[in-house]
Design a protein around this ligand. Structure first.
Ligand SMILES: [Cu+2]
Length: 300
């Protein structure tokens, strides 16, 4: 029995190992028979073919053994699949919203992040949906993945066996920013998680601004450090001169507060030249728009 970094990883690994071992043993037997037959029944030694009589014993063996092996493969696969599909009752629920091109995790107390933080040793249940197109949440180290479908809630669950940081990928091609749609799974010690979970986000504009941009998924496509991603960087955005394309025509524009507010709510009206016209409208309250603008002021 393999332990692995999570309960699910061990299960999948066990079933996979059993199948690989069966395949390797069968391959060795078939290859050995082939080589022996090649030498022993060579045409030089047997110029005239001989009549071969059937062997009931041999036929029974080569029918029964593979049948039993295939049934065992199905059995291990089914038992583990059933286990991985059914979360325990006491699992900690986390809502997951996938959107082009970011992940948002919402906890029971309303806390929202773009990185999945969970405690070690506790079952966690992800309740997943999508705000736009099909996505798929994949945790390679845990050997689990599940689709995120608009209008539907799908689920995944796991219990982490050890602390650490693991990759989360989107594995359903979802548009130009698909390769940017990755984040981290952070497994914390129980005490660290309790502290993180209870901590209120900081009161300063930098903390509130980044928390809001994270929660709304903006940072999936826009960096804060000057590097362009799917969209232009937010660093120095306010007051910057950009060439924009509106209704197929190009023009110069200085980005001001009005532009930011309008563009968040209705991004399809115009696009910054050099970037794909793919930003979805981001619903925000007046309060949230104020926070974004105030935060962008500090990034000038
Ligand atoms: Cu995706």
């Amino acid at each position: 029995m393999i332990l692995g970094p999570s309960n699910t990883a061990g299960k999948v690994e066990d079933a996979f190992l059993f199948i690989v071992v069966c395949c390797v043993v069968l391959l060795a037997i078939v290859t050995a028979c082939m080589v022996v037959f090649l030498i022993r029944y060579n045409r030089k030694r047997h110029p005239r073919p001989e009549r071969v009589r059937e062997s009931l014993l041999l036929e029974v063996v080569w029918t029964v053994v593979p049948t039993v092996l295939v049934i065992l493969m199905f059995y291990f696969g089914w038992v583990d699949f059933d286990y991985i599909r059914n979360p325990p009752k006491d699992a900690m629920p986390v809502q997951v919203t996938a959107r082009q091109w970011s992940w948002m995790f919402t906890y029971e107390n309303g806390r929202q992040t773009d990185i999945l933080n969970v405690p070690v040793g506790k079952p966690v249940k992800l309740l997943m949906t999508s705000a736009d197109v099909l996505h798929c949440l994949y945790i390679p180290a845990y050997r689990i993945k599940e689709d995120c479908v608009p209008g539907l809630t799908t689920h995944l669950w796991f219990t982490a066996n050890e602390t650490g940081t693991y990759d989360i990928f989107c594995t359903e091609y979802c548009g130009v920013g698909h390769s940017h749609m990755r984040t981290k799974l952070v497994i914390m010690a129980a005490d660290d998680f309790r502290k993180w979970y209870a901590a209120a986000p900081g009161e300063g504009i930098a903390d509130r601004g980044t928390a809001l941009l994270q929660a709304k998924g903006c940072l999936g496509c826009h960096s804060l450090d000057g590097t362009p991603k799917v969209g232009p960087t937010l660093k120095g955005l306010l007051g910057r001169k950009e060439t924009v394309i509106a209704a197929g025509r190009e023009r110069e524009l200085t980005i001001d507060q009005g532009f930011i507010r309008g563009h968040i709510l209705d991004p399809r009206a115009l696009t910054v030249k050099g970037f794909p016209p793919v930003m979805p409208p981001i619903p925000m309250t007046e309060e949230e728009l104020k926070t974004v603008v105030a935060y962008l002021e500090t990034l000038k």
